[in-house]
Design a protein around this ligand. Structure first.
Ligand SMILES: Nc1ncnc2c1ncn2[C@@H]1O[C@H](COP(=O)(O)OP(=O)(O)OP(=O)(O)O)[C@@H](O)[C@H]1O
Length: 254
């Protein structure tokens, strides 16, 4: 059995009287897409922020490839190979698609970006290769500001890949997208995760995306992990059905 890329062990986080994350443990293997779901306020974002170092755990530990991330700042964690995409895309609107990816590559390789130096020509081929992987090569010379939202999300994926991550964290990757685009982005993500043997942890409110694209699903409610399994197991889980009762969400979009 392959060792997990990410291990969260007995994570704890409190905000005053709110026990946001209460003894949560899970792991993500190389090549695996793990969805973290749960109703509003379940503790998903808090878990994410414990993994990427934005928040410090009150207890427990996060390990990347067996190494503890305790005490490391977000940037150090990013350097160790934790990539992230955001609910709101973080690109520079006035720069071209290719330049945005080049900037990310330059940052990964610890170079200094300068429009006046030859740095602008650096990593051009690498940037184009990443854009090809996400199907954005034909738009390489367009400014980001004119891109459709779905294309921005694909660009954001290329930017995350520029850091050569071992773990990809995606917070609501398909928020704001049309249903057809959602499936396309997640198909693309899944093929990249498999090909590069990345581990991917994502949160998502759209249950069609979750059930259609996750290899495994973990469910949180009020800080606790209440279920773990395949789409089929999660759909049939009484505790999950109870939590989603009334919303119809766990019934798979009927
Ligand atoms: N910085 C904070 N200060 C105080 N309470 C917080 C803070 N961050 C989160 N919480 C509380 O912790 C609990 C878990 O919040 P969290 O944002 O992790 O849930 P979530 O599952 O991501 O919810 P959503 O789906 O709405 O984004 C909630 O009760 C929330 O109000």
């Amino acid at each position: 059995m392959t060792a997990p890329v990410l291990e969260a062990v007995a994570l704890e986080k409190r905000f005053g009287g709110v026990h946001a994350v209460a003894g949560v443990s899970f792991s993500v293997a190389a090549g695996e897409m793990l969805a973290l779901i749960g109703p509003n306020g379940a503790g998903k974002s808090t878990c994410f922020n414990l993994v990427n170092g934005q928040l410090r755990a009150d207890g427990g530990e996060v390990r990347l490839m067996g190494r503890s991330l305790a005490g490391l700042r977000p940037r150090a964690i990013w350097r160790l190979g934790v990539g992230r995409t955001f609910q709101i895309t973080a690109t520079f609107a006035s720069m071209t698609v290719r330049e945005n990816v080049q900037m990310a590559l330059i940052s990964h390789h610890r170079r200094v970006w300068s429009f006046l130096s030859r740095a602008a020509a650096e990593f051009r081929a690498e940037a184009e290769s990443l854009l090809e992987q996400v199907g954005m090569l034909e738009q390489a010379e367009r400014p980001c500001g004119v891109l459709a939202y779905g294309d921005l999300k694909r660009l954001e994926l290329a930017i995350a890949l520029a850091n050569d991550p071992k773990l990809l964290l995606m917070d609501e990757p398909t928020a704001g997208m049309a249903p057809g685009e959602r499936s396309a982005l997640m198909d693309l993500t899944r093929s990249i995760v498999r090909a590069r043997r990345l581990a991917c942890l994502f949160t998502e409110h759209d249950m069609d995306v979750v059930f259609g694209h996750a290899d495994r699903i973990i469910v949180m409610n009020r800080g606790h992990l209440i279920a773990e399994g395949t789409a089929e197991q999660i759909r049939a889980d009484p505790a999950v059905r109870e939590v989603y009762l009334g919303s119809g969400a766990a019934s798979g979009g009927h």
